[in-house]
Design a binder for this molecule. Structure first.
Ligand code: F6P
Length: 558
């Protein structure tokens, strides 16, 4: 039985933070001017990531109180319980062991979690070996479609955690993909998604990976059936003799915890890769859910990514609290959200390759911590779950940065950059990556230090527009920089945010591993369906607004 959550607001650290917040008047300009050691004191290293917290709105007193808060609510104890395989996902009565997905094969016995008497590390590597062997066969051309054609396109069918992780990582690791082998992703039940994703593909050389933890998700199963029909129709219209079972066996593999349902769908159990209920959907990129990615980048690179995840896990497990980057970043988020009033948190990668990273993080953070009750069922006692959002720089600069710089809301932002570009291109003599990095540096500087009215005036600005051109500064950022966006660094980054999310969840007393909030909509979608197709009884059960929307649909559909 998991320990009751400590009410964070009852701790002495919380009271201290409250009074620190009441008198808090951050001034990054003078903090930097008066404290030459600030950058060094507030910069940490975790694996290959250098994390600069000096432009955060934090001073030594706040930091000390935040670390005391972590101690008082028991972040370290709960982390260790998670790593041991205790059932800390209480509302689903499950262990939470995504960290076991990246434990090395030779992990010593005392570090190997056991769930229901089962050595999970052995299970993980058994499945990984099968995924790797399969990926190698597809990559080498040994695995062919029903007509003997080599696979040229892998289509992952999945949604939520069975889509966002693989697509994010596939984009991020574009430089590591095998040429001539493309991955595409279908997630939405909007049939447009399947139609546009399949457009132009040759069924004979297309392999589908149906990814679904439960193998019961409406979107995924519907899309899988659409794709099966598309495959069979396509093979037939190209003149192939089609044995349905054989075609499905050659063109469909599955990833799921529900292998019985996979077999019911008609996918050969030999072509199914399992995982376990102790892996949450949004924490599953590094399970067999990453099969499409493993095919794209190859087993060796996939293993490097896992090693990167593991390096961050080890940092989170072993680094002293004051040096522990996920812990510090999670605590800072609590400070911003609960004491400085931030409702959102921006993640701004200065890497086009990370363009799906914010979307990935939205599920990770918001499905995890968007909760109003604690793990014992009692209401939360503080604001929880900021809205995470973002876009890569520099695109975001020309869209929403205005609000971050001069708006009335506090938007803490994480900036992520790399010293080296994945694709070095020069514009004549100009190093374009340097231009890019100059923007990353300029933005974090402008946000921190702003521009005073006197500085604006000194540029000869007309007095009437001076106020509009003043930047208050003191807009908090964290800069994360690494040498390159390698598979390992990507693993480190994802694990970093997993543990940030965990830290915040523990402070708030939340079960960060369930997601009951998505269930009601799923249930109502099933219920309302018949009303759309004209069932009068179901229509009568709907509210007035829903009935009117259905009437509009019926009037306008062709
Ligand atoms: O949206 C709810 C959710 O259960 C997510 O947590 C999960 O990642 C997604 O649906 C997909 O679920 P499955 O992998 O079981 O199809």
């Amino acid at each position: 039985m998991t320990a009751a959550p400590v009410d964070p607001t009852s701790t002495s650290a919380w009271s201290r933070l409250r009074s620190l917040a009441a008198d808090f008047s951050p001034d990054l300009r003078s903090w930097f001017a008066q404290d030459p050691g600030r950058v060094e004191r507030l910069t940490r290293t975790a694996g290959d990531l250098r994390v600069d917290l000096s432009k955060a709105l934090v001073d030594d007193d706040v930091l000390a109180a935040l670390l005391d808060l972590a101690e008082e609510v028991g972040v370290a104890a709960r982390r260790d319980a998670m790593l041991r395989g205790e059932r800390i996902n209480v509302t689903e009565d499950r262990a939470v062991l995504h960290t076991a997905l990246r434990l090395p094969r030779d992990t010593p016995a005392k570090r190997r979690p056991v769930v229901d008497g089962q050595d999970v590390v052995a299970d993980v590597h058994e499945v990984l070996d099968r995924v790797y062997a399969f990926a190698d066969r597809v990559r080498s051309g040994a695995w062919t479609g029903a007509t003997g054609a080599r696979v040229r396109t892998v289509v992952n069918i999945g949604i939520g955690g069975s889509d966002l992780g693989p697509v994010m990582a596939y984009e991020a690791l574009a430089a590591y993909r095998q040429e001539g082998l493309e991955c595409r992703f279908i997630s939405n039940i909007d049939p447009t998604d399947a139609a546009t994703t399949l457009a132009g593909l040759d069924p004979a050389s297309t392999l589908f990976v149906v990814s679904s933890k439960t193998f019961g998700t409406l979107e995924t199963l519907t899309n899988a059936r659409l794709c099966r029909q598309w495959l069979l129709d396509g093979l037939r219209s190209a003149g192939a003799e089609v044995d349905e079972r054989a075609a499905v066996a050659q063109h469909f593999v599955a990833v799921s915890t529900a292998l019985d349902k996979v077999a019911d769908f008609g996918i050969d159990p030999d072509n199914a890769f399992g995982f376990w209920d102790w892996v949450g959907g949004r924490y599953s990129l590094d399970s067999a859910i990453g099969t499409s990615l493993a095919i794209a980048i190859g087993p060796e690179r996939f293993a490097e990514m896992l090693a990167g995840f593991h390096a961050m896990d080890e940092h989170f497990r072993t680094a002293a609290p004051a040096d522990n980057v996920p812990l510090l970043m999670g605590l800072l988020n609590v400070w911003y959200a609960d004491f400085l009033g931030a409702g959102t948190h921006a993640v701004l990668p200065y890497s086009q390759l990370l363009h799906r990273f914010p979307a990935y993080l939205q599920q990770l953070t918001m499905e995890s911590n968007g909760k109003g009750v604690r793990w014992d069922g009692s209401p939360v006692t503080a604001g929880t779950g900021e809205v995470f959002w973002g876009e890569p720089g520099t695109n975001g600069q020309h869209a929403f940065y205005q609000l971050i710089h001069q708006g009335t809301r506090l938007v803490p932002a994480d900036f992520i950059a790399f010293a080296n570009p994945a694709y070095p291109l020069a514009d004549g003599d100009e190093d374009v990556h340097e231009l890019f990095l100059a923007n990353f540096l300029a933005q974090t500087r402008a946000l921190a230090f702003g521009k005073t009215a006197d500085e604006v005036r000194a540029e000869g600005t007309d007095e009437s527009v001076v106020p509009a051109r003043v930047f208050s500064g003191n807009r908090p950022t964290t800069s994360i920089i690494a040498p390159d966006l390698t598979p390992s660094v990507l693993g480190q980054l994802v694990a970093l945010y997993e543990h940030i999310t965990f830290t915040q969840g523990v402070v708030w007393g939340i079960d960060s591993f369930d997601q009951w909030g998505v269930e009601l909509g799923k249930q109502l979608a099933q219920e309302v369906g018949p009303a759309l197709s004209g069932d009068a009884d179901t229509l009568a059960e709907q509210d007035a607004s829903t009935r009117a929307l259905i009437a509009y649909y019926q009037e306008h559909r062709r």
